[in-house]
Design a protein around this ligand. Structure first.
Ligand SMILES: [Zn+2]
Length: 252
């Protein structure tokens, strides 16, 4: 499917088919608009939205606008390299934050820890599962149960996230870092606490004094919450209307 469904202008086709303006953006960007309108970034024009789940997605909002970059690819903070050597990331690079701290990374580390016998808890969990499947929840459960390897894996992920946050604060001077996604929701302050601590201790003094690292507020439906602000913002933005039908002509 990937090879044939490429560079398809979905929004333009949808717009032509229904006769109403249609806009498309990356899921994380739309979620960030939801948090800005209704959630943890209300009245906050400068923030980073980061989702820690199977992958690590992110959006940069500066002066109330999503930073897209000339090709629309800006904001992929999950693919910030934080180590010189590995592990290999799904994007093809190595050492990305996502390869250290995402749910997928934790699952891969878990399978390695079970295969090597380092984690008795994970060995036990994998028994009877198809293909010895393990995921991030198993690692978190192992930590809760006192398994030393699971604790080490979770600490590694937390430290990787914290280290990346120091870089984001130094590079971007956000008011807030809003953190959502299934891993972040499950971990809560266990993930955000070490990030706050490392930023407070090691980021540049001025931006670290300003920034607050807070949980997202809108949960799994945040993308839906962002659809309304996406449409209203772009309808009013000449940059997005250029070369496309106006709402009036599209409706006629
Ligand atoms: Zn990557």
């Amino acid at each position: 499917m990937g090879s044939t469904f490429r560079d398809v202008p979905i929004a333009a086709k949808l717009e032509a088919a229904i006769g109403l303006p249609a806009f498309l953006d990356r899921d994380t960007n739309v979620a960030a608009l939801g948090e800005m309108a209704f959630g943890a970034a209300r009245d906050c024009p400068n923030f980073l939205f980061i989702t820690v789940s199977t992958g690590i997605g992110a959006t940069i909002v500066m002066d109330g606008r999503i930073v897209h970059g000339p090709d629309g690819t800006a904001g992929e903070l999950g693919h910030t390299p934080i180590s010189l050597e590995g592990p290999l990331c799904g994007c093809g690079a190595s050492g990305c934050l996502e390869a250290h701290a995402s749910g997928t990374a934790l699952a891969r580390f878990a399978i390695e820890a079970a295969a090597s016998g380092r984690s008795p808890f994970l060995v036990g969990r994998a028994v009877g599962r198809p293909g010895g499947h393990l995921d991030a929840r198993d690692v978190a459960a192992g930590e809760e149960a006192g398994d030393a390897s699971c604790h080490e894996l979770m600490e590694h992920a937390r430290h990787a996230f914290a280290l990346a946050c120091v870089g984001f604060v130094n590079a971007l001077n956000p008011d807030r870092i809003v953190v959502g996604g299934s891993v972040a929701e499950a971990q809560g302050d266990r993930l955000l606490g070490p990030a706050r601590e490392l930023v407070a201790r090691t980021a540049f003094h001025t931006p670290r004094t300003r920034v607050r690292i807070v949980p997202a507020e809108l949960g799994g439906d945040v993308g839906l919450a962002g659809a309304h602000p996406l449409v209203t913002a772009r309808l009013a933005d000449p940059a997005w209307r250029r070369g496309r039908p106006t709402p009036a002509s599209a409706a006629s």
